[in-house]
Design a binder for this molecule. Structure first.
Ligand code: NAG
Ligand code: NAG
Length: 291
């Protein structure tokens, strides 16, 4: 009996993995939980949340520096209570993390995009913006670009947030831990929509987020590379130059700086840097933000 059950389980696992077979997705990522909540259509991967489970996928490799892009079409219609996240994270208690979290809403009400940066295990750096388009109608690209000077969050190639390296001011910057790339969809109706007032309406389930255009142009760090050697391996040297170390990408160019100013003026609805009720003393890195 036990053997038979094991064999059936193996077959079931194959069948479920087979559901996700977008070639780009398969080369770079794998479902990490709720395999039966994935389906694919050509190069598009759908991931769904229902009253049993959300779902998530993760990259097969870990990376230090470079750029990761996915195109996402967010849950359409009533997505209140749902959160779809796209993020990079290292592991352990002093982990680093760069987050995009898309907070759903009632039909016709705008999504909020929350970004956050964790450094050495400490987050609390939320920013929130609304978008200049309906993210449920079409695919739009969401990217994280990262080098030794800055972490940039981009929406359709428009920078929406920059976290700069201010180590010269004594502020730690994430640059020594390789990070995986992740996405997930889950129920967060205790906080996500209008501060938790609007609950998930399960009669509208399943809630489906769709993905395509998976691109990772970054320094892959095999697990066997010692932590102390990771940064060396992924930094330019006399023997090799990496594009993310080029002077042209060490900071935003003029056009991108203008785009960021526009986003902040027209689309930012919350910035931890100006939340004096939460942070009576302005967080150290905020003092130095140029924007
Ligand atoms: C989940 O939703 C389905 C369809 O709406 C319903 O039939 C089922 O009872 C629900 N299950 C739970 C555990 O709430
Ligand atoms: C949902 O819509 C309301 C009303 O337009 C808005 O105040 C809120 O910021 C939107 N987003 C979320 C996630 O609550």
């Amino acid at each position: 009996m036990a053997n038979r059950a094991a064999i059936l389980t193996i077959f079931a696992a194959f069948a479920m993995v087979g559901l996700v077979s977008s070639s780009k997705f398969d080369a770079l990522f794998q479902p990490s939980w709720a395999f039966d909540h994935f389906t694919n259509e050509g190069e598009v991967v759908h991931m769904r949340l229902d009253n049993h489970s959300g779902a998530g996928f993760s990259s097969k490799s870990k990376y230090l520096f470079g750029k990761v892009t996915v195109q996402i079409k967010l849950v359409a219609g009533d997505s209140a209570g749902t959160v779809t996240a796209f993020y990079m994270s290292s592991e352990g208690p002093y982990h680093n993390e760069f987050d995009f979290e898309f907070l759903g809403n009632k039909t016709g009400e705008p999504y909020l995009v929350q970004t956050n940066v964790y450094v050495n295990g400490v987050g609390n750096r939320e920013q929130r913006l609304n978008l200049w388009f309906d993210p449920t109608k079409d695919f739009h690209s969401y990217a994280i670009f990262w080098n030794q000077r800055q972490v940039v969050f981009l929406v359709d190639e428009t920078p929406v947030r920059v976290h700069s390296n201010l180590e010269h001011k004594g502020i730690p910057f994430p640059k020594d831990q390789a990070m995986g790339v992740y996405s997930s969809i889950w129920n967060a109706d205790d906080w996500a929509t209008q501060g938790g007032l609007v609950k998930t309406d399960w009669s509208h389930a399943p809630f489906v987020a769709s993905y395509t255009g998976f691109e990772i142009n970054a320094c892959a760090c095999p697990g066997e590379v010692a932590a102390a050697d990771i940064r060396k391996r992924c930094s330019s040297s006399a023997e090799r130059r990496y594009w993310w170390d080029e002077p042209t990408v060490s900071e935003l160019n003029l056009h991108q700086s203008h785009q960021l100013v526009w986003v902040r003026a027209n689309h930012m609805v919350y910035d931890y840097c100006s939340d004096t009720a939460r942070f009576p003393a302005t967080p150290a890195e905020c003092e130095h933000h140029r924007h």
